[in-house]
Design a protein around this ligand. Sequence first.
Ligand code: NI
Length: 480
Amino acid sequence: MRMHPLVPSLLLLCTLSFTAACSSGPGQPSGSAGAASARPGPSPVRGVDPSKIKGLEIVSDSSENKSCPFATSYPDVPGAEAMTAAMKKYVDRRLAAFRSDSAICQDGTGDADSGELNISHQFLVASGDVLGVRLTTQDPSSAGSGLSATTYWYDGRAGAYRTALGLVADGSRDAFLSAVKDRLKGREGVDAAALDDTFSDPASRAAALDDMAFTVDGGLRVAFDRGDVAVPAAGAVTVTLPKEKVTPWLSAFGKRAQRQTVTPSRSLDLGATHVPTQAVPTHTASGDDDTDCKKAKCVALTFDDGPAAPETATLLTYLARYKARATFFTVGQNVAAHPGLVRAAARAGNEIGNHSWNHPDLTKLARGQVVSQLNRTSAAIEAATGQAPTLFRPPYGAVDRRVRAATRLSPVLWDVDTEDWKYRDADKVARTVIAEVRRNDVVLMHDIHPTSVAAVPQILRTLTARGYRFVTVSHLRATL
Ligand code: NI
């Protein structure tokens, strides 16, 4: 699909000229209030560096279409297959429901502004024989604020997946629940009778108490989604039981999870029988690219949503074979997991751009959240490559004056949209690019999909034969 030709040209013009008409001044309102302010934002977790988790893969799926906006991710850690399966089941169910509800995802007839599904992940503990992950879901079509969080736990010693309530010993469950209830009663918006009902039914209790994690000083923080235990107007509610109080009630696994949170070990060992080795290519660019796009036939291939292992590594090998350079619009949570791949891409002469931390529609966020999404990702890129990015690609191509005013990064859209995320067919990806590309175009693909990576050799071979040169977006802009 070819975008309206004016859009990228206008953006290019704006970023080159910095005219007042293109960027709004500092007096802009700092973001919309209401539901947007409750959306998931990046929140750093002390002590967890996902790049140290051997064999980690981030399972990502996303669209790049404003009319069907979704982005999901969860980690796949070797050894924790049962926990991965639980997260996969949850994500698959939410995604299937979103895609079937959203008419535009099906046939393009739905409401283009019906809201997005976003599921992001955060490591809580990855230490010793304990893995803890929180999945945060933003789904405006669901009840409450549309924001919910669930923690998943894996006990490497027992080889078992645990829910949040698994942190508490069976024999102490009643004492624990009544302590949580006592702390909730009297809070604004909490109805004591409704709370008793929620806690006495095993299913509703498990659903409400599905987000529990230790604080750095060993307390247990129990978080309830908006509307779970209080009226929606009260927002999300949290209760923290101090270490001395909660420790006697913890299960054996809960005690280890507490210990690994407070004083993490150097590494994670879940007793995996097989840990995939993740190769990182070592290609090095031979100096600067001297292609003059005023004379040569240039094209800027761009790959979004990664890096992903092993797909990005494979792609780097293909690019090196044709001495082609590309631009990677990386997602921060994936950069954190695979900084080595980002470093390898940069070393080979590719450009690294910013595609936000967890792929939300930036136009729906408050200004502070936009800044956080972009700054945190730029910091991860700089930590990996030694160089901060200068470009960003807004998820879904959704960008407005407010987003542009929140960052010094220059937005990049695209000329050729392969829609590769939709049909996952290598041959079709290649045919689309080859048929639609024109001189100096920016082409959108996604290196999280093996089918898109598999299309690249055919694209490089055919376009090379037609005289194209593969340059980065910044190179294209600088030489035009
Ligand atoms: Ni994307």
